[in-house]
Design a protein around this ligand. Sequence first.
Ligand SMILES: Cc1ncc(COP(=O)(O)O)c(C=O)c1O
Length: 392
Amino acid sequence: MDLMKIRNETPGAAGRVHLDNAGSSLMPSPVIAAQMDHLKREAEIGGYLAAEEAGVRLEKVYGSVARLIGARSDEIAIMPSATDAWDHAFYSLAQDMEAGDRILTSQTEYRANFVAYLHVKKRRGIQITVIDHDEAGSIDLAALQDAIDSSVKLIALSHVPSSAGHILAAQKVGEIARAAKIPFLLDACQSVGQLHVDVGEIGCDILSATARKFLRGARGMGFLYFRQGLLARTDPVMMTNQGAEWVSPDRYEKRRDARVFEAWERNVAGQLALGAAVDYALDIGIKNIEARVRLLANLLRRGLSQIPDVRIADLGEDLSGIVTFEMRKNAPGEIKAVLEQNGIAGQVAVAEHTLLDMTKRGFNQLVRLSPHYYNTEEEIDRTLNVLNSMRR
Ligand SMILES: Cc1ncc(COP(=O)(O)O)c(C=O)c1O
């Protein structure tokens, strides 16, 4: 990895330390250019003509995203956010659920997803079974296996939870889901862009992700993967001007690919930027990215573990680029502010994001630092020095 080149192509990295890649990362210059050039073109010739001009490049985005996650391009839909992608998939499956049907999820499930389970529970009387973590801090696979019976209609979980540090054993979950022939919906919002994620290896049927986090794309963009075999059996929860063609006064024809979930209107510049972000990650090599993210996050954890006031809050053994901790005498908000005064961007993870897990472990808020491959060892040291100097 040519770190010097990568940093030169990351204008936001000049003079600041960005450790909030799990929140919203820094776009590299090819991504900024893809977005800005298209916006300029829209201003010059209007949005429709500009989109026509960019037609081939827009189409290529599907292929890039598919390559990133080992899917086929007709299994990809470009959506305005991870939540939008996830909701379209989830509610399409949920419309066939009946009272007594069950969804299996994990203790670290993300708030938007869990609220949707509660919503469907309220409307349809389904049940939510939360699989706890095992002693090693990952999803308890034996408990997951034991929970499977004919009432389970969906297994859905977050691959990398937003505030627990660990990586769920998605591939093992995929094996269980496949053997039981239960659809498996993976929220990969925090894993795509920092980890090697391959839908075939994992064995998930549906995956949702966002552009602005570890993928380093623009805001207001996400994507959905929906496996063809399952798609053919799924009726989308709503029809759109992209999902179906109105062919006669009382008939429409549904698209057969995953774009059935899309709306026609979109942020064209954002889609081009998403394509540029994916190509940028593929050029560097996602396995190289994963190795460096793990290295920097572990360097940070090691340094934190040497500060007496710090308590690292990460769960489990297989750890991601999300590092969570608290300090004995300083509130997370204060720590974030002090880091910011020193030109270091971090984040406060609040209990509501992963309410079950945070409540169970007694956390109200945690500091969340999330390095990416473009960060340097020196930046990690600088951050640790600031934290060390805060001890009272
Ligand atoms: C695990 C997880 N899933 C889903 C989301 C929602 O993503 P978006 O804001 O793009 O809809 C987030 C955002 O933080 C997340 O951390």
